[in-house]
Design a protein around this ligand. Structure first.
Ligand code: NI
Length: 137
């Protein structure tokens, strides 16, 4: 089994906000992260896949193909967008990195399987001090 990680960057706006809670409850729980006028992050996404080396190519997977899948299904939908308002896979969810990691997993898992390999990990760096890792369960 071999592991390969592709890194992609995106910038997005969000607001930590739970539907059904009052503004004051959201403010109490999420503090500045619930600013009604939004704020943004420069996110770094790490997608780790795993599988066996193709004996003909010597590759686990063609990196151009993997990069295209990530860009078309994730980056183009979220880069320079408002996560709360315009990103289909975050619809109705609190815009946390935790939910983002799970959502990106759900988007990419079937696409990666079609390449004959498995998704292993989604890692999201929201700031240089904080990152989230999700392994699919
Ligand atoms: Ni934030």
């Amino acid at each position: 089994m071999i592991y390969l990680t592709r890194r992609e960057k995106f910038s997005a706006a969000h607001r930590m906000y739970k539907n059904g809670w009052s503004d004051s409850k959201n403010q109490e729980v999420f503090g500045d992260c619930s600013n009604p006028n939004w704020h943004g992050h420069n996110y770094i996404l790490f997608v780790t896949v795993k599988g066996n080396i193709n004996s003909e190519t010597g590759y686990l997977v063609n990196l151009k193909t993997l990069g295209s899948i990530i860009r078309e299904n994730v980056i183009q939908k979220i880069d320079h967008k408002n996560m709360n308002l315009e990103v289909d896979f975050m619809n109705g969810k609190v815009a946390s990195s935790e939910n983002l990691a799970v959502s990106i997993w759900e988007v990419l898992d079937p696409k990666v399987k079609m390449l004959g390999i498995e998704l292993h990990k989604i890692k999201i760096e929201e700031t240089e001090n904080n990152f989230i890792e999700y392994f699919g369960k």
